[in-house]
Design a protein around this ligand. Structure first.
Ligand SMILES: NC(=O)c1ccc[n+]([C@@H]2O[C@H](COP(=O)([O-])OP(=O)(O)OC[C@H]3O[C@@H](n4cnc5c(N)ncnc54)[C@H](OP(=O)(O)O)[C@@H]3O)[C@@H](O)[C@H]2O)c1
Length: 209
Protein backbone atom coordinates (compact mmCIF):
# COMPACT_ATOMS: atom_id res chain seq x y z
CA UNK A 1 0.00 0.00 0.00
CA UNK A 2 1.14 3.58 -0.55
CA UNK A 3 0.86 5.55 2.70
CA UNK A 4 1.16 9.34 2.98
CA UNK A 5 2.25 10.47 6.44
CA UNK A 6 1.10 14.04 7.11
CA UNK A 7 3.18 15.16 10.11
CA UNK A 8 6.23 13.00 10.75
CA UNK A 9 7.07 13.46 14.43
CA UNK A 10 6.67 11.09 17.38
CA UNK A 11 3.55 9.45 15.98
CA UNK A 12 3.86 9.85 12.20
CA UNK A 13 7.60 9.13 12.20
CA UNK A 14 7.33 5.93 14.17
CA UNK A 15 4.24 4.66 12.36
CA UNK A 16 5.86 5.37 9.01
CA UNK A 17 8.99 3.44 10.00
CA UNK A 18 6.86 0.48 11.13
CA UNK A 19 4.83 0.47 7.92
CA UNK A 20 7.95 0.70 5.75
CA UNK A 21 9.41 -2.26 7.66
CA UNK A 22 6.14 -4.14 7.03
CA UNK A 23 6.61 -3.65 3.28
CA UNK A 24 4.48 -0.59 2.54
CA UNK A 25 5.60 2.42 0.48
CA UNK A 26 5.85 5.38 2.83
CA UNK A 27 5.92 9.10 2.06
CA UNK A 28 6.94 11.13 5.11
CA UNK A 29 5.82 14.75 4.95
CA UNK A 30 5.83 17.91 7.04
CA UNK A 31 6.31 21.63 6.41
CA UNK A 32 10.07 20.95 6.43
CA UNK A 33 10.66 17.74 4.46
CA UNK A 34 14.38 18.54 4.21
CA UNK A 35 14.54 17.79 7.96
CA UNK A 36 13.16 14.26 7.49
CA UNK A 37 16.25 12.67 5.93
CA UNK A 38 17.33 10.97 9.17
CA UNK A 39 13.90 9.41 9.40
CA UNK A 40 14.13 8.14 5.82
CA UNK A 41 17.61 6.74 6.47
CA UNK A 42 16.41 5.02 9.63
CA UNK A 43 13.55 3.34 7.77
CA UNK A 44 13.91 -0.21 6.51
CA UNK A 45 12.23 -0.64 3.13
CA UNK A 46 10.74 1.95 0.84
CA UNK A 47 10.43 5.45 2.32
CA UNK A 48 11.03 9.00 1.13
CA UNK A 49 10.50 12.55 2.35
CA UNK A 50 8.25 14.95 0.44
CA UNK A 51 6.30 18.17 0.98
CA UNK A 52 2.69 17.94 2.09
CA UNK A 53 1.47 18.96 -1.37
CA UNK A 54 3.66 16.26 -2.95
CA UNK A 55 2.27 13.68 -0.54
CA UNK A 56 -1.29 14.55 -1.57
CA UNK A 57 -0.32 14.67 -5.26
CA UNK A 58 1.22 11.21 -4.98
CA UNK A 59 -2.26 9.69 -4.80
CA UNK A 60 -1.56 7.44 -1.83
CA UNK A 61 -4.07 4.77 -0.80
CA UNK A 62 -4.31 6.26 2.66
CA UNK A 63 -3.17 9.33 4.59
CA UNK A 64 -2.22 9.35 8.25
CA UNK A 65 -2.89 12.67 9.96
CA UNK A 66 -0.31 13.15 12.74
CA UNK A 67 0.14 16.91 13.11
CA UNK A 68 -0.91 19.21 15.94
CA UNK A 69 -4.73 19.43 15.85
CA UNK A 70 -4.67 23.11 14.86
CA UNK A 71 -3.18 22.18 11.46
CA UNK A 72 -6.39 20.38 10.43
CA UNK A 73 -8.18 23.48 9.14
CA UNK A 74 -5.43 24.41 6.68
CA UNK A 75 -4.57 20.83 5.67
CA UNK A 76 -8.21 20.00 5.02
CA UNK A 77 -8.62 23.07 2.81
CA UNK A 78 -5.64 21.94 0.76
CA UNK A 79 -6.89 18.35 0.60
CA UNK A 80 -10.60 18.86 0.05
CA UNK A 81 -9.94 21.62 -2.45
CA UNK A 82 -7.64 19.68 -4.76
CA UNK A 83 -7.24 16.03 -3.97
CA UNK A 84 -9.27 12.87 -3.89
CA UNK A 85 -11.47 10.86 -1.65
CA UNK A 86 -8.80 8.77 0.07
CA UNK A 87 -8.93 7.10 3.45
CA UNK A 88 -7.79 9.47 6.20
CA UNK A 89 -6.61 7.95 9.47
CA UNK A 90 -6.76 10.63 12.13
CA UNK A 91 -4.28 10.26 15.00
CA UNK A 92 -4.58 13.85 16.24
CA UNK A 93 -5.85 15.15 19.57
CA UNK A 94 -7.13 18.62 20.45
CA UNK A 95 -5.03 20.28 23.17
CA UNK A 96 -6.04 23.91 23.80
CA UNK A 97 -2.68 24.73 25.43
CA UNK A 98 -0.94 23.74 22.18
CA UNK A 99 -3.66 24.23 19.55
CA UNK A 100 -5.49 27.29 20.88
CA UNK A 101 -9.14 28.25 20.86
CA UNK A 102 -10.28 25.97 18.04
CA UNK A 103 -9.24 22.93 20.10
CA UNK A 104 -11.15 24.21 23.12
CA UNK A 105 -14.21 24.78 20.91
CA UNK A 106 -14.04 21.20 19.62
CA UNK A 107 -13.66 19.86 23.16
CA UNK A 108 -16.64 21.93 24.34
CA UNK A 109 -18.83 21.02 21.36
CA UNK A 110 -21.04 17.97 21.15
CA UNK A 111 -18.92 16.75 18.21
CA UNK A 112 -16.11 14.23 18.82
CA UNK A 113 -12.65 15.25 17.59
CA UNK A 114 -12.80 12.66 14.80
CA UNK A 115 -16.11 14.06 13.56
CA UNK A 116 -14.48 17.48 13.32
CA UNK A 117 -11.74 16.01 11.10
CA UNK A 118 -14.26 14.15 8.92
CA UNK A 119 -16.34 17.30 8.54
CA UNK A 120 -13.30 19.39 7.61
CA UNK A 121 -11.81 16.86 5.20
CA UNK A 122 -15.29 16.41 3.81
CA UNK A 123 -15.03 12.64 3.47
CA UNK A 124 -16.82 9.68 4.97
CA UNK A 125 -13.62 7.70 4.48
CA UNK A 126 -12.31 8.86 7.83
CA UNK A 127 -10.99 6.61 10.58
CA UNK A 128 -9.67 7.38 14.05
CA UNK A 129 -6.72 5.34 15.34
CA UNK A 130 -3.34 5.63 17.08
CA UNK A 131 -4.44 8.74 19.01
CA UNK A 132 -4.82 6.87 22.30
CA UNK A 133 -1.41 5.19 22.46
CA UNK A 134 1.61 6.89 24.01
CA UNK A 135 4.39 7.56 21.52
CA UNK A 136 6.96 5.44 23.37
CA UNK A 137 4.62 2.42 23.38
CA UNK A 138 3.93 2.89 19.69
CA UNK A 139 7.67 3.00 19.09
CA UNK A 140 8.71 0.07 21.30
CA UNK A 141 5.78 -2.36 21.28
CA UNK A 142 5.22 -3.06 17.58
CA UNK A 143 5.74 -6.42 15.84
CA UNK A 144 5.02 -8.57 18.89
CA UNK A 145 4.07 -12.20 18.23
CA UNK A 146 2.19 -12.50 21.52
CA UNK A 147 0.88 -10.22 24.27
CA UNK A 148 0.12 -7.69 21.55
CA UNK A 149 -1.07 -4.25 22.59
CA UNK A 150 -4.54 -3.40 21.32
CA UNK A 151 -5.13 -0.31 19.22
CA UNK A 152 -8.71 0.95 19.36
CA UNK A 153 -10.02 2.28 16.08
CA UNK A 154 -13.21 3.73 14.67
CA UNK A 155 -14.28 4.24 11.09
CA UNK A 156 -17.01 5.92 9.18
CA UNK A 157 -17.29 3.55 6.22
CA UNK A 158 -16.32 0.02 5.24
CA UNK A 159 -13.22 1.02 3.21
CA UNK A 160 -11.69 3.02 6.03
CA UNK A 161 -12.59 0.29 8.53
CA UNK A 162 -10.95 -2.55 6.57
CA UNK A 163 -7.86 -0.58 5.68
CA UNK A 164 -7.26 0.73 9.19
CA UNK A 165 -7.68 -2.72 10.70
CA UNK A 166 -5.16 -4.10 8.20
CA UNK A 167 -2.60 -1.38 8.88
CA UNK A 168 -2.85 -1.93 12.65
CA UNK A 169 -2.36 -5.68 12.26
CA UNK A 170 0.48 -5.33 9.75
CA UNK A 171 2.72 -3.82 12.42
CA UNK A 172 1.98 -6.33 15.14
CA UNK A 173 -0.77 -4.67 17.14
CA UNK A 174 -4.24 -6.04 17.83
CA UNK A 175 -7.08 -4.01 16.24
CA UNK A 176 -10.15 -3.40 18.43
CA UNK A 177 -13.12 -1.80 16.69
CA UNK A 178 -14.90 0.87 18.73
CA UNK A 179 -17.65 1.82 16.27
CA UNK A 180 -18.28 4.67 13.86
CA UNK A 181 -17.08 8.20 14.52
CA UNK A 182 -20.07 9.01 16.70
CA UNK A 183 -18.68 6.47 19.20
CA UNK A 184 -15.22 8.01 19.56
CA UNK A 185 -15.77 10.27 22.58
CA UNK A 186 -14.13 7.54 24.72
CA UNK A 187 -10.96 7.91 22.58
CA UNK A 188 -10.64 11.67 23.10
CA UNK A 189 -8.18 13.23 25.62
CA UNK A 190 -8.89 12.42 29.27
CA UNK A 191 -11.70 10.02 28.35
CA UNK A 192 -12.17 6.35 29.21
CA UNK A 193 -9.67 4.62 26.93
CA UNK A 194 -7.31 7.54 26.27
CA UNK A 195 -3.59 6.87 26.89
CA UNK A 196 -4.30 3.28 27.95
CA UNK A 197 -1.94 0.61 26.67
CA UNK A 198 -3.79 -2.66 27.14
CA UNK A 199 -4.22 -6.03 25.54
CA UNK A 200 -7.48 -6.87 23.74
CA UNK A 201 -9.42 -8.41 26.63
CA UNK A 202 -8.74 -5.58 29.08
CA UNK A 203 -9.45 -2.95 26.44
CA UNK A 204 -12.75 -4.58 25.47
CA UNK A 205 -13.71 -4.80 29.14
CA UNK A 206 -12.95 -1.11 29.62
CA UNK A 207 -14.94 -0.13 26.52
CA UNK A 208 -17.97 -2.04 27.83
CA UNK A 209 -17.64 -0.78 31.44
N1 LIG B 1 3.10 12.17 21.39
C1 LIG B 1 2.16 11.30 21.77
O1 LIG B 1 2.36 10.50 22.73
C2 LIG B 1 0.85 11.24 21.01
C3 LIG B 1 0.09 10.08 21.11
C4 LIG B 1 -1.08 9.96 20.36
C5 LIG B 1 -1.50 11.01 19.54
N2 LIG B 1 -0.76 12.17 19.51
C6 LIG B 1 -1.27 13.25 18.64
O2 LIG B 1 -0.66 13.08 17.36
C7 LIG B 1 -0.37 14.35 16.78
C8 LIG B 1 1.14 14.47 16.53
O3 LIG B 1 1.79 14.36 17.77
P1 LIG B 1 3.37 14.15 17.82
O4 LIG B 1 3.71 13.91 19.24
O5 LIG B 1 3.77 13.17 16.76
O6 LIG B 1 3.86 15.62 17.39
P2 LIG B 1 5.31 16.07 16.91
O7 LIG B 1 6.34 15.09 17.32
O8 LIG B 1 5.44 17.49 17.33
O9 LIG B 1 5.21 16.01 15.30
C9 LIG B 1 4.33 16.85 14.59
C10 LIG B 1 4.64 16.75 13.11
O10 LIG B 1 3.71 17.57 12.39
C11 LIG B 1 4.43 18.55 11.60
N3 LIG B 1 3.62 19.78 11.64
C12 LIG B 1 3.51 20.67 12.65
N4 LIG B 1 2.65 21.65 12.33
C13 LIG B 1 2.22 21.39 11.07
C14 LIG B 1 1.35 22.07 10.17
N5 LIG B 1 0.75 23.22 10.52
N6 LIG B 1 1.13 21.51 8.96
C15 LIG B 1 1.75 20.36 8.63
N7 LIG B 1 2.61 19.67 9.43
C16 LIG B 1 2.83 20.19 10.63
C17 LIG B 1 5.77 18.69 12.28
O11 LIG B 1 6.80 19.09 11.37
P3 LIG B 1 7.00 20.61 10.90
O12 LIG B 1 6.87 21.45 12.14
O13 LIG B 1 8.37 20.59 10.30
O14 LIG B 1 5.93 20.87 9.90
C18 LIG B 1 6.03 17.25 12.73
O15 LIG B 1 6.52 16.48 11.64
C19 LIG B 1 -0.89 15.41 17.77
O16 LIG B 1 -2.19 15.82 17.39
C20 LIG B 1 -0.90 14.66 19.09
O17 LIG B 1 -1.85 15.19 20.02
C21 LIG B 1 0.42 12.28 20.19
Amino acid sequence: MKIGIIGSGNIGGNLGKHWAKAGHDVLFSSRHPEQLNDLVNASEGNAKAVSIEEAFEADADVYLLATPFKAIDKLSELYAGEYGNKVIIDATNPYPERDGEMAQEVRDSNRNASEYTAMKFNTAKTAKAFNTIRAEHLKNSAFRDSEKLAIPYAAQDEDSKQLTQQLIQDIGFDAVYVGDLTETKIMDPDQKIYAKSLERKELEKLIKA
